[in-house]
Design a binder for this molecule. Structure first.
Ligand SMILES: [Zn+2]
Length: 63
């Protein structure tokens, strides 16, 4: 099993902090949508995993 990397992002709609688990086997750049655990609105995430396994998550607003 691949070890999941822990990270977090701020919801683009309500601004609450969300925990995120990133699967590094998906590649060093990933894009997917995840629903906010607080307001349930979809955040379009762009995830980058650096060589040192540091995770950067950018949230793209939709609508
Ligand atoms: Zn939210």
């Amino acid at each position: 099993m691949t070890e999941m990397l822990e990270s977090s992002y701020l919801c683009g709609y309500c601004g609450e902090l969300n925990e995120a688990l990133v699967d590094p086997s998906g590649g060093s750049e990933q894009a997917y949508t995840e629903d906010c655990t607080v307001c349930c609105r979809p955040n379009a995430l762009r995830v980058r995993i650096a060589a040192d396994r540091a995770v950067t998550i950018d949230v793209e607003y939709e609508g």
